[in-house]
Write a protein that binds this ligand. Structure first.
Ligand SMILES: [Mn+2]
Length: 331
């Protein structure tokens, strides 16, 4: 779905009309969510506005290098929020950013900027472009559409490049379009600190994370003519390593390197829920699988969370769904 291009004009109108902004991405913010939140807040401040940057519930250690990160209010809302304009980034529905109702209810204008495949037009202004690789790509296009020909500063470019490089999997996923590379090139020209981003995000892993990767690969097994890879990590896997479920980044993509594997699932038993990450290699839309379990995402990367069910039950129900999807796939 692509909203009409005049939505950039409407966003700039909202920016012009607003004074006191609240900006947030989705829960458990990734590089795109945080990078865009910081770039947009920095831009608003340059325009003489006040901007309250928000993220919840925590920020991953690999993103702490982002310029301006200290400005983010982590899980902290003012007691009586009085923002005239709210900008939600990466939120496919108005609840994706967390419990922000107290913020949303008082705002005059809600701007929704997103690139997810299934996304509600819940804002007064919506820019939803599922063809965009990342929200960072859209924010760069927004800069280009600015009435005053504004350009990202080097710090803003670093934030946006982080969104672009993480959402495209280092420019390896199928969303690495010519437009994504054009925007990346422009951001590098504007001073994005590519070397730092690569060092921190891609060439740094803790001992615990590497041991957890080893444990996960040991537990990987293939089902359904080796088209489905399943990895189940329980508390018994995390505890001996003193690891936490958020230290599993990147693991779910590993099995898709095996020729023939179409869907990869990483199923994690967390203290209060089961969380599932899904990846697909070529043609299975895993966001539609995730939606069946109340989650969402993109065609090649999606996820969901389940509460009140044992991890093995979730794994079984998911396997059953994947089996049906593979059986009905045309390839
Ligand atoms: Mn994104």
């Amino acid at each position: 779905m692509k909203t009409n291009p005049s939505s950039f004009e409407q966003i700039w109108q909202a920016v012009q009309n607003g004074q006191n902004f609240f900006v947030a991405g989705h829960l458990n913010p990734d590089g795109d969510s945080l990078g865009c939140t910081l770039a947009v807040c920095s831009l608003l401040e340059r325009l003489g506005k006040t901007a309250y940057a928000y993220a919840s519930p925590a920020i991953g250690t690999d993103l702490l290098f982002l310029p301006g990160l200290e400005k983010i209010h982590v899980s902290e809302l003012p007691p009586k929020p009085q923002f005239d304009t709210v900008i939600l980034l990466e939120c496919s529905d108005r609840k994706r950013g967390g419990d922000l109702e107290s913020v949303l209810q008082n705002a005059k204008t809600l701007v929704n900027i997103d690139h997810h495949l299934v996304s509600d037009a819940y804002g007064n202004v919506n820019h939803i472009d599922s063809a965009a690789s990342s929200t960072a790509e859209i924010i760069f296009q927004l800069f280009e559409a600015s009435p005053d020909s504004l350009l990202p500063t080097p710090d803003e470019a670093t934030c946006l490049y982080t969104g672009l490089v993480t959402d495209t999997g280092r420019f390896l996923h199928t969303n690495t379009t010519a437009e994504a590379l054009r925007v990346a090139s422009a951001l590098v020209a504007l001073g994005a600190d590519v070397n730092k981003i690569n060092q921190v995000i891609y060439f740094t892993k803790s001992y615990t994370e590497l041991k957890l990767l080893g444990r996960a690969l040991e537990k990987m097994h293939l089902l359904f003519q080796n088209k489905y890879s399943e990895i189940v990590l329980t508390q018994a896997d995390f505890e001996p390593l003193n690891a936490v479920p958020s230290q599993t980044q990147g693991i779910v993509s590993q099995p898709t390197m095996i020729p023939g594997v179409e869907v990869s699932a990483l199923i994690k038993e967390e203290p209060d829920k089961v969380s599932v990450n899904l990846r697909s290699r070529n043609h299975i839309d895993v966001s539609s699988i995730a939606q069946k379990f109340g989650g969402g995402g993109h065609a090649r990367a999606a996820g969901f969370k389940v509460t009140g069910k044992p991890v093995q039950t979730v794994a079984q129900e998911l396997a059953e769904t994947v089996r049906e999807v593979l059986a009905h796939a045309k390839h």
